[in-house]
Ligand binder design. Structure first.
Ligand code: IMP
Ligand code: MG
Length: 183
């Protein structure tokens, strides 16, 4: 691989680009069915959702708007810090709108629970959550996505928008990071 990778790090493919594309197609079909005439606002969570959101919206044949929020909870490590901060808010009012939050992965749920609670206070007509990937059994706050594409067990993954210390977002497949001595 052309990127700099420390000798002790291995990236093991978990979901190929074709499996991801199938999952995105399935989610898009469900979203299309549910939001067809609702002119929803899709709120992407930066930065991790940018590729998923881009692929998803290009399969939706409906009127919709796109906005972004940026939250910060992770530092350079691979464990959530538990501290969530809203770094960038949505630009337009969400009151009375059908809001669909789009994110890359549901892990502990802390970040997304914080965001969903924050958005609910803006009194949208509806508020749902769509994530590409769910880490099975890892949520320690009560949160269930309304749409999800893929599931994995514990581990840390990169690619298709997901980063490790801001790197590897550009990988077309989703890969597990394996490090000698653990991660
Ligand atoms: P949570 O609050 O623990 O659910 O984590 C939410 C955010 O952490 C996700 O939106 C990702 O940006 C990031 N994250 C969680 N797990 C992973 C992973 O395995 N790889 C890369 N980023 C992750
Ligand atoms: Mg994220």
């Amino acid at each position: 691989m052309a990127q700099m990778t420390p000798a002790t790090v291995r990236l093991k493919p978990l979901f190929t680009r074709d499996e991801i594309a199938d999952a995105v197609r399935r989610i898009a079909a469900a979203v299309q069915r549910d939001y067809d005439d609702k002119n929803p606002v899709l709120v992407g969570v930066l930065k991790g959702s940018f590729i998923f959101l881009a692929d998803l919206v290009r399969q939706l044949e409906m009127s919709l708007e796109i906005d972004f929020v940026r939250l910060s909870s992770y530092g350079a490590g691979t464990q959530t810090s538990g501290q969530v901060r809203l770094v960038q808010k949505v630009e337009r009012p969400l009151k009375g709108r059908h809001v669909l939050v789009v994110d890359d992965i549901l892990d502990s749920g802390l970040t997304l629970k914080f965001l969903m609670d924050y958005l609910a206070r803006q009194k949208p007509a509806s508020l749902r959550l769509c994530v590409l990937l769910v880490k099975r059994g890892q949520q320690y706050v009560p949160i269930t996505p309304d749409y999800h594409g893929l599931q994995m067990d514990e581990g840390f993954v990169v690619g298709y928008g997901l980063d490790w210390d801001q790197k590897y977002r550009n990988l077309p497949d989703i890969c597990v990071v394996e490090m000698d001595g653990g991660i």
